[in-house]
Write a protein that binds this ligand. Structure first.
Ligand SMILES: [Cu+2]
Length: 311
């Protein structure tokens, strides 16, 4: 390791960096944070607004782990075939395996309310045999989604797409429609049977993205009165109407999921677990907007401090 570092240092010294780097800037991000206590957990939701136009939505989970009692006090005592519904996290306590889902209602208005949802499908093309030493290359196929059922999206690692929201009537100077894309990160899908009663209410977890036409009464993915409902007034029911979503005031629903297999460090209070997704400009600006931003000077930045609860 020492030899490798020494070689890198010598190489670095020989590059003409001193003449090409003229300025370095701190990255400045506006973070709007909410922290909600729901049951035994705290959900910390950060909306991060970056100077390059990217909006990152980060969700952090912390709180009191859900546990149940057991007569076992050592993992070696638990027979392999016994279904304990989770690992032992402390003497006589099982950390129950469970999921968390946070669904975002994104009322997208890119340059005006009427927008379209576009799937940008990445496909492999094969070269003609003998034409090239290369066997394959990539290209994209854009598809403007017409109605709700087509916009029920399950992520696929080996058959990927990008998901853009565009305003077809607002074009950039080189003719691309103004847009933002939804950039997924780590997430999870529900493994429950679709006919399981809890899954009737949480059917919004069947897909990671849904798109619906804006409707004032369709605000809560699990229905307005979740515990009194049987899934009859949820996002899945609305979406199955298959209404038109092309060039309309549309809502994108994004679900961030976490499978939680507890471990000893999660008990009694778990460290924060985070995941995120982003909304990234896609032909919304004519070039990288950060190039025109004035340098940030530290004395101009707001200085935030925690306020006491009694203030
Ligand atoms: Cu959890």
């Amino acid at each position: 390791m020492i030899v490798i570092l020494a070689l890198f240092f010598l190489r670095f010294q020989s590059l003409p960096f001193q003449n090409s780097i003229r300025e370095a800037r701190p990255k400045v991000t506006l973070v709007v944070r909410t922290a909600s206590t729901v049951g035994n957990y705290d959900y910390i939701i950060d909306w991060e607004f970056q100077e390059d136009g990217l909006i990152r939505v980060q969700v952090g989970l912390s709180g009191m782990l859900m546990v149940k009692g057991t007569h076992y006090n050592n993992a070696d005592q638990i027979p392999e075939e016994e279904n304990t519904s989770g690992p032992l996290v402390s003497e006589n306590l099982i950390g129950v395996v469970h999921d968390h889902f946070v669904t975002f209602h994104l009322d997208m208005d890119i340059d005006e309310p009427d927008n379209s949802f576009v799937k940008v499908h990445l496909v492999k093309e094969e070269t003609v045999p003998g034409e090239s030493p290369r066997k394959s290359f990539l290209r994209t196929k854009k598809h403007v989604v017409k109605s709700e059922k087509e916009a029920q999206i399950k992520f696929k690692l080996y058959d990927p797409s990008e998901f853009h929201v565009v305003n077809p009537s607002q074009k950039s100077k080189i003719g691309n429609p103004s847009g933002y894309k939804v950039v997924p990160a780590g997430t999870a899908a529900s493994l429950l049977d679709h006919n399981d009663p809890p899954q009737h209410r949480s059917a919004f977890t069947d897909n990671q993205i849904w798109v619906t036409p804006y409707n004032r009464s369709e605000q809560w993915a699990g229905g307005l009165l979740v515990y009194q409902g049987k899934g009859e007034n949820t996002l899945a029911v609305w979406s199955d109407r298959d209404r038109s979503i092309e060039n309309k005031d549309i809502v994108v629903w994004y679900t961030l999921g976490f499978h939680h297999v507890p471990c000893q460090e999660d008990y009694p209070i778990m460290p924060t677990v985070s995941s995120s997704f982003a909304l990234k400009p896609a032909n919304f600006f004519n070039s990288n907007p950060i190039l025109h931003v004035a340098p940030t000077v530290q004395k101009d930045l707001p200085s935030c401090s925690a306020r006491s609860a009694s203030a």
